[in-house]
Write a protein that binds this ligand. Sequence first.
Ligand SMILES: NC(=O)c1ccc[n+]([C@@H]2O[C@H](COP(=O)([O-])OP(=O)(O)OC[C@H]3O[C@@H](n4cnc5c(N)ncnc54)[C@H](OP(=O)(O)O)[C@@H]3O)[C@@H](O)[C@H]2O)c1
Length: 428
Amino acid sequence: MTQALRLGIAGLGTVGVGVVKIVRRHADLLQARTGRPVQITAVSARDANKDRGVNLSDYAWETDPVSLAKRDDVDVFVELMGGENGPAKASVEAALASGKDVVTANKALLAIHGQELAEKAEAAGRVIRFEAAVAGGIPVIKSLTEGLAGNEITRVMGVMNGTCNYILTRMQSQELGYNALFEECAQLGYLEADPNLDVGGIDAAHKLALLSSIAFGTKPNFNGIEIEGIQQISLDDIHQAHDMGYRIKLLGVAQRTARGLEQRMQPCLVPSDSPLGQLEGGTNMVVLDGDAVEQIVLRGPGAGEGPTASAVMGDVCDLARGLHIPTFGRPAASLEEAKPAVTGLPAPYYLRLGLQDKPGALAKVASILGDAGVSIDRMRQYGHAESTAPVLIVTHKTTRATLDVALEGLRDTDVIAGEPVALRIEEV
Ligand SMILES: NC(=O)c1ccc[n+]([C@@H]2O[C@H](COP(=O)([O-])OP(=O)(O)OC[C@H]3O[C@@H](n4cnc5c(N)ncnc54)[C@H](OP(=O)(O)O)[C@@H]3O)[C@@H](O)[C@H]2O)c1
């Protein structure tokens, strides 16, 4: 019989247990598809006595994931612990140094240390596969590296944090404010231990850094991403965007422009009738634009035991079949330094201002925008009971730098109450 592919799994939480279940449930299917048995030989987690709801008695137990990574009876090290440093990084390095391929779901590790690890993998003649790290069950990395390999990719865009999309769509459907939904997500266990990773846009930005690297052949540059979370989005913004035919999404966009590589993860308005506008709940969506294919839209579960384990097993099956694609889809040494765009491409913006109820206030706003070079496309003033009136403006296309000059001017006047909200309207 052909030699088995032997897995060592470090991390037996949500994803790790999901992987163990698939290997056990689909042993025959995996062998039929890859031509060889896929087996687990050893596992590691912190607590050896925890009941994880799966039978682990057939596998050797290692308390130290680095020791697991070095075992002679492990061919592929599967890292499912998480964390950008600590045992995850140490054990991945140990696995590569011991001549093993690595499969991981760890976006933080790769967004921060991806280049260094990809170079180490190549020096060792191994690969790191990480389909599960981006958009959970959606095979977006395979789509970019394999299905779309003949395209020049012009843009990568998507909703890649299910918790944020859940909050934003429930704000719309349940008429609940951000704080109430944040609490609900905490109760449901939808938030990371540090919730700012989710609502602050950092988790989704880690994913964008990885996709951007594959799409544009650049070294992962997490620090080059403009990141803004969803914390300042109010129920008013949701309603007013809806009135004008838009939905608000935490949207990641990466595109190569004449001004450099533009990478941003921020709340944006997208047309309500677009696929992104219709994306509900915790689902993820990635939209890929290529010169030959034009556009493809991938949609599916972005997290959870089954979907994430499904993506891990896709990578495992590739390795079992002998498919070794370089970590970021091309040799690590050939990845260019990402030159961040100085300013983003111009776009229309949505502005929400609390206008003081004073004569001439609106004229003052219009003149500040005009002086900065921002022209108004549409404007709406809402009914009000207090001394300030919500005013909503949609601008013509402008750069964020120009808009920032106008916002500075608005903050300095005595006709605006509170902080103006400015959200980009994305062409999708
Ligand atoms: N959950 C998802 O839906 C999802 C989706 C996409 C990607 N991911 C990524 O997948 C990875 C795992 O996520 P998860 O949700 O499965 O995490 P999790 O449920 O918190 O599980 C983490 C596992 O790692 C083990 N672990 C932590 N530190 C360890 C150490 N020092 N030595 C040995 N084991 C250690 C834990 O052991 P104990 O059980 O003994 O505490 C636990 O089994 C992360 O990188 C995450 O970002 C998760």
